[in-house]
Design a protein around this ligand. Structure first.
Ligand code: ASP
Length: 330
């Protein structure tokens, strides 16, 4: 016969066992475009460097989430790593404007509160994503641009760099090619490399962040979708968090990031279905690129209509990165 105390002992042992912590998720991108094996192979070691860079960003964001940190901190941490990596079109390694300058755009959004911050055309902040976060937390505004944003950055004590910090020979060469070939500013070859991250934390909140140098040869203080809340970035705990990359004008016109979250809320679509449907709308107006999505339920999705997208994802089971269209697509 079972001892009467055994049941009590078992129950208390169960109660004492630590509850399994809810899982966290992280998805990143480093831009979408005509990214093909043959083209990358022209620079020996480039593919490995890019994969390593994506993995470093995943590791930085994962460390935050693993120790119970917020999705907001995780997306900022992941994007900062990619901004400092010259292989991506954000922060150091940003593409050049027609005047040979670097003008950086970034935005961040907290799905828990729907607080958001964005900057456009900044020129001296080492990590524009952190400036977007300061706009969100330390100003009463959502978006600051140009010289005003640069001076807000100094006031906030963010790391300032000489504008030459952002430039690389590779991007300078792209500007020269762009000018001599007279290709359109929307030519995807000349701009990919925007970076972004979306995350779900253990508390069940989502956040999104995007940062870019925009498009090679851009003029007239052109601003793309990356700093536009609802286009390049959106996060809402009721639906999802999204970061986009691609032909910014078309992503603005479709309202890509918000549209994906809206489809999930109102049509009850899963993340992949909603993202694919919205990317089809982008394609229908000749736009190309991709998105990453995370949901409070723990779904992770990639969707892109370009040949490739630098991408990666992580959860407590591990990390993976992919580049080409024939690798992991979801
Ligand atoms: N979406 C960015 C922009 O239009 C560029 C990119 O993602 O490649 O500025």
């Amino acid at each position: 016969m079972r001892h009467p105390l055994l049941g009590v002992l078992l129950m208390s042992a169960l109660a004492a066992a630590p509850a399994k912590a809810a899982d966290w998720k992280l998805v990143i991108h480093g831009g979408a475009g005509v990214i093909e094996r043959a083209q990358l192979a022209k620079t020996p070691g480039k593919e490995q460097e890019i994969r390593a860079g994506l993995d470093r960003a995943l590791a930085a964001g994962s460390a935050v989430l693993e120790r119970g940190g917020t999705a907001l901190d995780a997306v900022e941490a992941a994007v900062r790593v990619l901004e400092d990596d010259p292989n991506f079109n954000a922060g150091r390694g940003a593409v050049f404007t027609a005047d040979g300058k670097n003008e950086l755009d970034a935005s961040i959004m907290d799905g828990r509160t729907k607080a958001a911050g964005a900057v456009a055309g900044v020129t001296r902040t080492r990590n524009p994503i952190s400036l977007a976060r300061k706009v969100m937390e330390n100003s009463s505004h959502v978006m600051l641009s140009g010289a005003g944003a640069d001076s807000f950055s100094r006031e906030q004590g963010l790391d300032q760099v000489d504008p030459s910090w952002f430039g690389t020979d590779y991007r300078r060469k792209q500007l020269e090619e762009f000018k001599s070939a007279k290709v359109g500013a929307l030519d995807i070859e000349y701009r990919y490399g925007t970076v972004g991250a979306v995350a779900l934390d253990r508390a069940g909140h989502v956040a999104a962040a995007t940062s870019t140098g925009g498009m090679t040869g851009k003029r007239w203080n052109r601003v793309g979708d990356a700093p536009i809340i609802g286009a390049g970035t959106y996060a809402d705990d009721r639906a999802c968090a999204v970061s986009a990359t691609g032909s910014g004008e078309m992503f603005i016109r479709v309202g890509v990031a918000h549209e994906i979250c809206a489809r999930m809320r109102f049509l009850k679509e899963d993340a992949g279905t909603a993202a694919d449907a919205v990317m089809k709308e982008v394609a229908a107006i000749d736009g190309s690129g991709g998105v990453i999505v995370v949901t409070p339920k723990g779904e992770m999705a990639y969707s892109f209509n370009s040949a490739g997208m630098y991408r990666g994802k992580a959860d407590s089971n591990g990390r993976s990165v992919a580049i080409f269209g024939d690798e992991e697509r979801r």
